[in-house]
Design a protein around this ligand. Structure first.
Ligand SMILES: [Zn+2]
Length: 206
């Protein structure tokens, strides 16, 4: 099948995020949805040298591989993107990075509880999420970093089923990094920049 038109944008973002030290080595993964499938960075690709052929196509319904160039495998964290697309129907792009500040923050979410909501500082950059309320009382979900990535995906599904869509377009996996989404790659990127700023503010207040 023809590659998603947003792969050029995602490839450029991959290089930018690498330069910003958000995707060191092969860390992180970027994806864009097209109907019943999504395209995601292949496993083991260096994000500073990624090109438009380094993506594989995966089913939104069950995460199975739809198409890939010879030898390419989906990222190990594909299940996190799959659950975001399957649970949040208006999401067109999802971006997952490993930033320093997100790893400096400690929330103490237990393995058994799986996730918990935490307050978000009500600062100006919240407007990037389309929230214009003055000093909004917002929370965001933090998940336990299971070694078995599909367990994190199951907890995200459980969160949305029990609590609904998060109030802001992102979630944080503790000691790992944020996953951010938007209707388009451009919107997801805007959200990710705002999330990065928010997490920087939180990390510096510790
Ligand atoms: Zn990751």
């Amino acid at each position: 099948m023809d590659p998603h038109p947003s792969l050029h944008e995602l490839t450029k973002l991959s290089h930018t995020y690498y330069e910003r030290q958000w995707m060191y080595a092969t860390a992180g993964n970027l994806s864009a949805r097209e109907g019943d499938v999504f395209w995601i960075t292949a496993s083991g690709k260096h994000k500073g040298e990624l090109n438009e052929e380094d993506f594989v196509c995966v089913s939104v319904a069950d995460g199975s591989l739809v198409s890939a160039r010879d030898g390419l495998k989906p990222s190990a964290e594909t299940s996190i993107h799959q659950v975001v697309y399957s649970q949040l129907s208006d999401v067109g792009a999802a971006l997952h990075v490993h930033t320093l500040d997100s790893n400096l923050l400690e929330f103490g979410v237990g393995k058994e509880e799986g996730f918990r909501d935490f307050p978000l500082p009500p600062i100006e950059i919240i407007k990037a999420f389309g929230i214009w309320e003055e000093k909004p009382n917002l929370t965001f979900p933090v998940f336990y970093n299971h070694t078995h990535v599909p367990s994190i995906a199951s907890e995200i599904k459980r969160y949305i089923e029990t609590k609904g869509k998060p109030q802001v377009p992102f979630l944080l996996i503790e000691g790992h990094g944020p996953t951010v989404w938007g209707k388009s790659v451009a919107e997801a990127n805007k959200h990710l920049e705002a999330v990065h700023f928010l997490l920087q503010v939180m990390a510096r207040r510790i």
